[in-house]
Design a protein around this ligand. Structure first.
Ligand code: DAH
Length: 344
């Protein structure tokens, strides 16, 4: 037997086991679609510009660091609990239908999130996804039982330090296979327990094993029961995610009657702002090297604030004194006549 060829199962890192499935539509195609004139099209150029940025896929960007940390944790949890690993989707087109974004998720037909004052529409039936939950049903319907789906989401909103009309979410879903003799109540109790376990572990993984947290009941139309998880950070309770047991009707609409599972959704900016101490959501979009140069590895570090004024280089030239110049004279700020010219 060629034992040397066998890689011990547990020595393979979760990264290597991570299945990757990225179905993507070229950004240029997406951008063309966003520009098609229509009476209902309310997408400004400033939003169209953001569509191919894909900050969550940019190496060493704080959003990418958090995303990878969560994916690795979830797949390690799956491995430790002998569950199928999560398929990763992180490059799906942000253009979805009203059916995907709202109907499939049982969002009421008069819910404010459907209105064009809140949502960017291409036309009556297509829009920029307002949450990554918009992809849940398509995968459940096609038989993908466990996945994590990350993407940019769009909501018409005011702009300030904590609001921006584009941000990033991650959706997690696991559908379970139970033996026929397990009752619906028992199945749902097992699912709720697994959901709370994986997410409590995630909060500890991100915020430290001693972090204080609490579960609160919540409401989402597509999960029942629904919960939110709050974490205590700097003496304040912060909501970090929403989740629940997937509503029977959502499963039925995916042709999966008698199948049950859980779902969660979290905002990456919110987590990254807390963990990296990034004070303003607009910084994530910055091209300034004083921002990007701070993140050189996959570690969570404390962000160092910098001036709001842009970098400005100056070339300087000056006459040397006859007696010569030591570099320390320059550091001491001795008075010499300086001639400066702007650097081009
Ligand atoms: N889509 C929700 C939002 O954007 C977040 C969410 C809540 C996702 C509960 C879920 C869930 O999958 O079960 O606010």
């Amino acid at each position: 037997m060629h034992t040397l060829c066998r890689i011990p199962y547990l020595l393979v890192s979760p990264k290597l086991l991570r299945p990757r499935y990225c179905s993507s539509q070229a950004s240029s195609e997406v951008i063309q679609l966003l520009k098609v004139p229509h009476a209902k099209n309310n997408i400004p150029a400033s939003i169209i510009q953001k569509v191919d940025k894909k900050l969550h896929l940019k190496r060493h960007h704080p959003l990418n660091i958090i995303k990878t940390k969560i994916e690795d944790y979830c797949n390690k949890y799956a491995l430790d609990n002998e569950q199928n690993s999560f398929t990763i989707y992180d490059n799906l087109s942000p253009i979805v239908t009203t059916k995907q974004c709202f109907d499939d998720l049982l969002v009421a037909s008069d819910h404010i999130s459907r209105s064009s004052s809140d949502t960017y529409y291409l036309n009556e039936s297509t829009l920029l996804r307002t949450h990554t939950s918009a992809h849940q049903s398509q995968f459940i319907r096609s038989g993908v039982d466990s996945f994590l789906c990350t993407g940019d989401v769009y909501r018409r909103d005011e702009i300030d330090a904590s609001h921006y009309p584009v941000f990033h979410q991650m959706e997690g879903v696991r559908i379970f296979n139970f033996k026929e003799n397990v009752s619906v109540n028992d199945a749902k109790a097992i699912i709720e327990n697994d959901l709370k376990n994986i997410l409590t572990g995630l909060a500890k993984h991100l915020f430290g094993k001693d972090c204080e947290m609490r579960w609160r009941n919540d409401y989402f139309p597509f999960t029942t029961p629904s919960f939110e998880l709050e974490v205590k950070f700097n003496d304040a309770w912060l909501e970090v995610l929403g989740c629940g047991v997937i509503h029977d009707q959502v499963m039925a609409n995916c042709n999966k009657t008698n199948k049950y599972g859980w779902a969660f959704g979290l905002g990456l900016e919110r987590l990254a702002m807390i963990l990296f101490s990034i004070p303003d959501i607009r910084l994530f979009w910055s091209d300034d090297e004083r921002f990007s140069n701070q993140f050189k590895s996959n570690d969570i570090i404390k962000f160092q604030p910098y001036s709001k004024f842009p970098l400005c280089y100056k070339d300087v030239s000056f006459w040397l004194p006859a007696e010569g110049l030591h570099i320390n004279d320059v550091y001491e700020g001795k008075q010499y006549t300086l001639y400066s010219s702007d650097h081009h």
